[in-house]
Design a binder for this molecule. Structure first.
Ligand SMILES: [Fe+2]
Length: 131
């Protein structure tokens, strides 16, 4: 069973970004499954890296679109992205160095991390881009 699933509640109404959020959810679910199946450390590490890389791609895409649309709170949004990437990188480094085990707590953190990004920040551009 997946850790969580995309629902309309977290839709931002911009198809390309909703699809990218679905992809992020899929990677977090993949990590969750690998954790439950007690897969090897390098497998988990690889999924962590995939999550970080895809997040960077997604954030880059968001900023590019928001910039060309003249979004007023661009720098605030960029700041939030930076904080989110730092959290993710910190988690991955701790995992790689052996000071963190992927646990239910880690997975809930990642779930909240993504939901907070979408609900707290992306929902703000939702109305702007749809207009
Ligand atoms: Fe986003």
């Amino acid at each position: 069973m997946p850790l969580f699933e995309w629902t309309d509640k977290i839709a931002v109404g911009v198809t390309v970004f909703d699809n990218q959020h679905k992809q992020l959810i899929a990677i977090i679910n993949e990590l969750h499954d690998a954790m439950k199946e007690r897969r090897a450390k390098d497998v988990l590490s690889g999924i962590f890296l995939k999550l970080e890389n895809y997040t960077k791609t997604h954030f880059h895409h968001e900023i590019t679109v928001l910039k060309s649309a003249g979004y007023p709170d661009l720098s605030e949004h960029e700041n939030q992205h930076r904080v989110l990437i730092e959290k993710l990188a910190d988690l991955r480094e701790k995992f790689d160095s052996g000071s963190l085990f992927v646990s239910t707590e880690t997975m809930n953190f990642l779930k909240d991390w993504l939901v907070n990004h979408i609900m707290g920040h992306d929902k703000k551009y939702s109305g702007f881009l749809k207009d």
